[in-house]
Write a protein that binds this ligand. Structure first.
Ligand code: 3HC
Length: 685
C-alpha cells in the first residue's frame, strides 16, 4: 500500500500519510507526498489541500533509520518547496506528534491546525543534528528569534495549548480534525500564507543575546547546539534562501558525524531495551495505587516520580519525625520546580494532595505496587519483606530499590517470590532517567512486564538486568573505579584522572563523584567483597587509607579533595598526595606519568571488559542495554554512545592494548570478557 493516499472532499484534496507506526518521513512518504502535492496543484478542480496523518500521529520526523547513508531524493526540502510553489493553500492537520521534519513540513504549509493532545517541536539536537528542512528559518518568523533559539536548542516538545499561544499553531480544534481542516482550507479561499514571506517579529536585541547565551551555556560545547543557535540567528542575518541552504548543509554535515551516529544508536537502543526475552505473552498488571516504604532522599524522589505520573502514593515511615521529613522533602522538590517555573502552584497542590503519609505498613493493603527504599542492608530488607508479605493484597508487585543486594534472597523470605522485582532508581530519582529493573530467578513475566510498563509511564529509560552483585551499572562502575584507583598507585593523581575523564565528556571525574556520594559506602562494600574474594584479586588501597583518616568525602570536609562550606579547596591536597605516594612505595611500584589519553583508555577498557563479562553471564541481555545504563545513570557522555559503542568505533589494536594494561593492573584474579566478539556486533557493517 502507498504511504500517501489522496481522498477528495469536493474541491479539497486530503493527502493522508500512512506509514505505521509513527508516520516517519521515509523515502516512500516523501516521494508519495511530492507526487500527490504536484498532482493536486495541477488539478483545476481543486482549490486547496489538507495534509493529515493516519494512525497515531501526523509525522514523528525524518525516518532516522535512513540517516546512516546518503539520503535519497526527493528530500523533505523538495516536498516543502512544492507546497510553497503551489498556488493553492495547504493546511496541515496535526494530531499526535509533529516533530522534527514533521513539524517542518507543517511550517511549510499555509496553516496549521491541531487537536488538543498534539505535540509539536524540533527535537533534532537530541540526535546531534539541527533541523534540516527549514525549521530554523520558518519557526522564528512565527515565534521570534529568542523563543526559536530556546526551542531548537532545548529540543523541547510543546503541547498544543502552548504552541497555540506561541503562534506555532493557527487553531486547536475539538472533535473531527479532518472536517475542521477541510473547513479551514475552504475558508482560506485560495489565499496563500507562506511563512518564508513573513517578516521576523520585532524583538529586543538583548532578549536574543540572552537566549543565545543561555542555550550555549546549557549546550556545554556540543556542536549541534552551537550550530542550531547560529542557524536560527541566520534568519535575521541572511536572505531566506541563503539561510535555508546553509541550514541544510549544516544538517547534512552533522548527520554524518560520529556524535550523531552515537545519539541515533541510543535512540534505537532505548526502544530495543523494552523488548525483553520471555515477555512476549505477558500482560502488565494494572497499577492504580503505589506504596513507598522509606521517605529518605531516595524514597521521596521515587514518590515524586509516581505522583508526577498522576498516581497516588502512600508513603510509610517508622516514626512521625521521619514521616514528616519525607513529606517535607517531597514538598521541597515541588517547591524548587515551582520556583523554576516547571509547575504551577495549583499543580503542586494537586500532586502533594495525592500523598497519603502513614506510620503503618497496613496502609499499603490496597496498593498495587509497593517499593521499598529503606537502608541498604540485607537483614533490614528481609525483615521488611517478611512484614509486608501478609499485609499486601494478592497480586501486588513488591519491589526493592536495592542497588547491590541479592533479590532472590529477599524474595525467598516471602510466600510470593514471583511478585518480587528490583526497581533500582538513581539519585536524585525524580531527575535521573535510568531505571534498572532487576529480574530475580522467580520473578513472574507479568511482574516484569508491570515494571517495564511503569518505567514507561513515569518516563524512565528502563533496562532489565538479572541478579548479580551491583547488577549492570554498579558492577561496571566499580570495575572502572578500581582501575582509576590502580592508576593512582602506578603514578597518576586524583585530579589528573578526574581531569582526563571530564575532558572525555563525563560531567564529573570518578574521584569528585566519590567525594559527593561518600567513600564510606565503598569502603564497607570492599571490606565485604575482600573477605569473600580469593587472594589473587587485587584491591586498591588508597581509599582505605583515606577512610581510616575519616576522609569520607564532602560531608566530612575531606575525601579525595578538601572542602570548605561544600566547595572544593584547591585542586591538590598535599595530604592525599602523600598517601598516594606512600601506597606506591609500599607496593614497590615505580611511579610514572600517565597521559590523559592513557587514563581514558584504561578506565574505559575496564568498563568494556566488565560489560563483556556481564553479557557472558547473561546479567545484561544485550550490548546496547549496557550503554544505556552507563549513559543514563552514570554520566557517560551520550555523544559517545556508551562505553561499548565508543570502543566499537576505535581501532581494534588500541582497545586490545588498553585491555592488556587493565589485565596487567588487575592481578592474577582478572577475568577477560569476549570483548572483540561483543564489539564486532556493534561495528559498522
Ligand atoms: N524514525 C524512525 N523510526 C521511528 C522514529 C523516527 N523518527 N520515531 C519513532 N520511530 C519508531 C521507533 O523506533 C519505534 O519502533 P519499534 O516499535 O520498532 O521499536 C516506533 O517508531 C514507536 O516509537 P516509540 O516506541 O518511541 O513510540 P512512542 O509512542 O513512545 O513515542 C514519538 C512516539 C514521540 C513519536 C517518539 O517515537 C519520538 O520521539 N520519535 C522521534 C522524534 C524525533 O526525534 N524526530 C526528529 C527526527 S530528525 C528530523 O526530523 C530531521 C529533519 O529536520 C530533516
Amino acid at each position: 500500500m502507498s504511504a500517501v493516499r489522496v481522498e477528495r472532499e469536493d474541491s479539497v484534496a486530503v493527502l493522508i500519510i500512512d506509514n505505521p507506526p509513527v508516520n516517519a518521513a521515509s523515502w516512500e512518504v516523501r516521494n508519495g507526498l511530492l507526487a500527490a502535492v504536484q498532482s493536486a496543484c495541477a488539478d483545476p478542480a481543486l482549490r486547496a489541500l489538507v495534509l493529515i496523518g493516519a494512525g497515531r500521529s501526523f509525522i514523528a520526523g525524518a525516518d532516522i533509520r535512513e540517516f546512516d547513508k546518503p539520503l535519497r531524493d526527493p528530500q523533505m526540502p523538495a516536498v516543502i518547496a512544492a507546497i510553497e510553489a503551489c498556488d493553492k493553500p495547504v493546511v496541515a492537520a496535526i494530531h499526535g506528534a509533529a516533530l522534527g521534519g514533521g513539524f517542518e513540513l507543517a511550517l511549510g504549509c499555509d496553516a496549521r491546525i491541531a487537536t488538543a493532545e498534539a505535540l509539536v517541536g524540533l527535537p533534532e539536537t537530541t540526535l546531534g543534528i539541527i533541523p534540516g528542512a527549514g525549521g530554523t528559518q520558518r519557526l522564528p518568523r512565527l515565534v521570534g528569534t529568542a523563543v526559536a533559539i530556546e526551542m531548537v536548542s532545548s529540543a523541547r516538545r510543546v503541547k498544543a495549548a502552548e504552541a497555540l499561544r506561541l503562534g506555532m499553531l493557527d487553531a486547536v480544534v475539538e472533535g473531527d480534525l479532518r472536517a475542521a481542516a477541510v473547513r479551514h482550507a475552504r475558508e482560506m479561499a485560495s489565499r496563500k500564507r507562506r511563512l518564508r514571506d513573513l517578516p521576523l517579529p520585532e524583538e529586543r536585541a538583548e532578549a536574543v543575546e540572552t537566549a543565545a547565551a543561555n542555550a550555549l551555556a546549557r549546550g556545554k560545547g556540543r556542536a549541534a547546539i552551537a550550530e542550531a543557535v547560529a542557524a536560527v540567528r541566520d534568519s535575521a542575518r541572511l536572505p531566506f534562501s541563503e539561510a535555508l541552504a546553509k541550514e541544510r548543509a549544516t544538517f547534512q554535515r552533522l548527520r554524518e558525524s560520529e556524535e550523531a551516529a552515537a545519539l541515533r544508536y541510543l535512540f534505537f537502543a532505548e526502544r530495543e531495551a523494552a523488548r525483553v526475552s520471555g515477555l512476549e505473552a505477558a500482560k502488565p498488571r494494572p497499577v492504580h495505587q503505589v506504596g513507598v516504604v522509606g521517605g529518605g532522599l531516595m524514597g521521596s524522589g521515587i514518590a515524586v516520580c509516581f505522583l508526577d505520573a498522576g498516581l497516588p502514593v502512600t508513603l510509610v515511615e517508622r516514626d512521625q519525625g521521619a514521616l514528616d521529613a519525607g513529606v517535607e522533602r517531597i514538598r521541597a522538590i515541588y517547591h524548587r520546580g515551582l520556583q523554576a517555573g516547571r509547575l504551577s502552584q495549583e499543580e503542586m497542590a494537586k500532586r502533594v494532595a495525592c500523598i497519603t503519609p502513614s506510620l503503618s505498613l497496613a496502609a499499603l493493603a490496597s496498593a498495587d505496587l509497593v517499593i521499598e527504599a529503606v537502608f541498604e542492608d540485607m537483614a533490614v530488607k528481609q525483615a521488611l519483606f517478611r512484614d509486608l508479605d501478609p499485609l499486601l493484597k494478592q497480586g501486588a508487585v513488591l519491589a526493592s530499590n536495592t542497588s547491590y543486594l541479592n533479590l532472590d534472597r529477599m524474595g525467598a523470605v516471602t510466600k510470593r517470590p514471583a511478585d518480587i522485582v528490583g526497581l533500582h532508581f538513581f539519585s536524585p530519582a525524580q531527575v535521573m532517567r535510568l531505571l534498572e529493573i532487576v529480574r530475580a530467578e522467580a520473578t513472574a513475566p507479568d511482574v516484569l512486564a508491570t515494571a517495564l510498563a511503569m518505567g514507561k509511564r513515569i518516563g524512565k529509560v528502563s533496562v532489565v538486568a538479572r541478579v548479580g552483585e551491583g547488577f549492570i551499572g554498579n558492577r561496571i562502575y566499580s570495575a572502572y573505579r578500581f582501575q582509576c584507583e590502580f592508576m593512582l598507585e602506578e603514578g597518576a593523581y586524583p585530579e589528573e584522572v578526574d581531569a582526563a575523564l571530564v575532558a572525555f565528556g563525563f560531567a564529573m571525574g570518578p574521584f569528585a563523584v566519590s567525594d559527593m556520594s561518600g567513600l564510606d559506602i565503598a569502603w564497607a562494600t570492599r571490606k565485604r567483597l575482600a573477605a569473600a574474594a580469593d587472594a589473587a584479586t587485587r584491591f586498591p588501597e588508597v581509599l582505605n587509607r583515606l577512610c581510616e583518616k575519616g576522609r569520607f568525602g564532602q560531608k566530612a570536609g575531606a575525601g579525595w579533595y578538601r572542602y570548605a562550606q561544600g566547595a572544593r579547596r584547591g585542586a591538590v591536597d598535599p595530604e592525599v598526595r602523600a598517601i598516594v605516594d606512600a601506597v606506591s612505595r609500599e607496593k614497590k611500584v615505580t611511579r610514572r606519568v600517565f597521559t590523559p589519553e592513557e587514563i581514558q583508555h584504561r578506565a574505559l577498557a575496564a568498563m568494556v571488559n566488565e560489560a563483556a563479562l556481564l553479557l557472558r553471564e547473561k546479567i545484561a541481555e544485550r550490548a546496547s542495554d549496557v550503554d544505556l545504563v552507563m549513559v543514563n545513570g552514570y554520566g557517560f557522555p551520550a555523544q559517545r554512545g556508551g562505553p561499548l559503542f565508543w570502543a566499537s568505533r576505535r581501532p581494534r589494536e588500541e582497545i586490545a592494548a588498553a585491555l592488556d594494561s587493565v589485565a596487567a593492573a588487575s592481578g592474577a584474579g582478572f577475568r577477560r570478557g569476549d570483548v572483540d566478539a561483543v564489539l564486532d556486533g556493534l561495528r559498522p557493517k
